[in-house]
Design a protein around this ligand. Structure first.
Ligand code: OOG
Ligand code: NI
Length: 411
């Protein structure tokens, strides 16, 4: 008997990303348009700009997506970590969106491959936020206790799915004939639930934050956007606008410059309201709408060193970052490398190490741009104890330091 055919981690990850993409396209039509326009922009860009593929092959970039999910607490985040480990996606970086200019009551990490070969094969990543229930500026003790009780009763994932995921993660592979069902079950765990929503609970949480209601007002989690990558985001913006899809008015992140593209630029559009069911106090069910999902697109540039990042933060603090950009960044990769501002493979300016992570200010902006309005936190001090170490301890895993990974990739 020949041994069973096995699929390895990256093949499972590619199928997981493709499965989520198919599900999302079926549910959010504007996403399908975005993917189509992104593919055209990328093909045109590579045809016109020899060397554009140094930021990633057209094959990689065309398949590339990131998604975002939101969970209620550390136990749920630990389950997410177990599931994603089967796809070779590990927690990298810590993001505290409570300290953004327009604060959001979550802390977050990103699950992604960490090895350059794995990233080249399929870089699928998921920005994963956790509701900051320990922060008393958002959650009074009574409400916090009720939220945590609610979260303690729900199960985002079938225990059998998680058990399977742990085995696959340990083996680094899965029998091909079993893979389809495993990936389908993982994808289905992130579908938008059609279960009736408890209206008074949802409304109570909405008064704290629309994000609190989206996370803890319902019985499950869902992928709330899936983001294709483009090589020219300004061109994408023009073509989407020409097709009548209203994008938010700004591109988040660094301005367009003539010099090397750095970090991450992103823009988004609001999804249409989707039908849902609400249950009132008396048990009666009525139909309503929720606007919880949206579209986003991103362009990635070179990863900055801590020194480069400090310059980025300083440039972005100016009223008009584009106007002062040249005071902080040189105009060539050679100078970027020589000044130790960005990572290049083997130090060669023709081989940028692409930024694989997220930006807290942009992430908060992406959250914010898709909310009609949101409550401000109450005054008071934050004694929640949230930081990268706390999060790592709470989920029982290392949270990888992005700079260490870029350093390694550049060696
Ligand atoms: C996550 C927003 C952050 C990004 O690309 O910065 C994000 C969310 O809305 O849940 O996805
Ligand atoms: Ni995003």
């Amino acid at each position: 008997m020949s041994p069973a055919k096995r699929l390895v981690t990256w093949q499972l990850r590619a199928r997981f990303a493709a499965g989520l993409s198919a599900m999302y396209a079926a549910e959010v039509p504007a996403y399908a348009t975005l993917v189509e326009v992104s593919e055209q922009v990328n093909a045109d860009h590579v045809a016109r700009h020899p060397g554009a593929e140094r930021y990633g092959s057209l094959r990689r970039v065309t398949a590339e997506r990131h998604g975002a999910i939101r969970v209620g607490g550390p136990a749920e985040l630990a389950d997410v970590a177990d599931l994603f480990a089967a796809f070779g996606m590990l927690p990298v970086g810590y993001y505290d969106l409570r300290s953004a200019r327009s604060p959001i009551p979550v802390v977050a990490t990103a699950f992604r491959p960490i090895d350059p070969d794995e990233l080249a094969r399929n870089p699928f990543r998921v920005f994963t936020s956790m509701l900051a229930t320990r922060d008393p500026r958002y959650f009074r003790p009574g409400l916090r206790a009720r939220v945590e009780t609610f979260l303690g009763r729900r199960h985002l994932f079938d225990p059998a799915l998680l058990a399977r995921a742990r085995i696959i993660a340990a083996e680094g592979a899965c029998d091909a004939e079993e893979a389809e069902a495993f990936v389908a079950a993982a994808v289905a765990a992130f579908a938008l639930s059609r279960e009736p929503i408890n209206k008074s609970w949802y409304d109570e949480l909405s008064r704290v934050s629309a994000v609190a209601a989206d996370i803890a007002g319902v019985g499950s989690t869902h992928i709330n956007h899936l983001t294709p990558r483009v090589l020219d985001i300004d061109e994408l913006y023009r073509r989407m606008t020409a097709r009548g899809i209203a994008m938010i008015d700004a591109i988040q992140g660094p301005p367009r410059t003539d010099g090397p593209a750095v970090l991450l630029r992103q823009t988004s559009f609001r999804a249409l309201a989707e039908p849902c069911l609400f249950r009132d106090r008396g048990g009666a069910v009525s139909s309503g709408t929720l606007t919880v999902r949206f579209g986003e697109v991103e362009a990635r540039g070179v990863a900055l060193t801590p020194r480069g990042r400090a310059r980025y933060d300083a440039a972005m603090a100016a009223p008009d970052p584009a106007a002062v950009w040249g005071q902080y960044f040189p105009s060539t990769d050679e100078q970027m490398a020589a000044q130790g501002l960005a990572y290049y493979r083997g130090g060669a300016p023709s081989k940028p190490v692409v930024y694989e992570d997220f930006l807290p200010a942009s992430a908060a902006g992406i959250f914010r741009s898709n909310l009609d309005s949101d409550a401000r936190p109450a005054d008071g001090s934050d004694d929640s104890g949230y930081d990268a170490q706390w999060l790592a301890g709470a989920i029982g895993r290392d949270i990888h330091d992005p700079y260490a990974l870029y350093q390694e990739a550049s060696g």
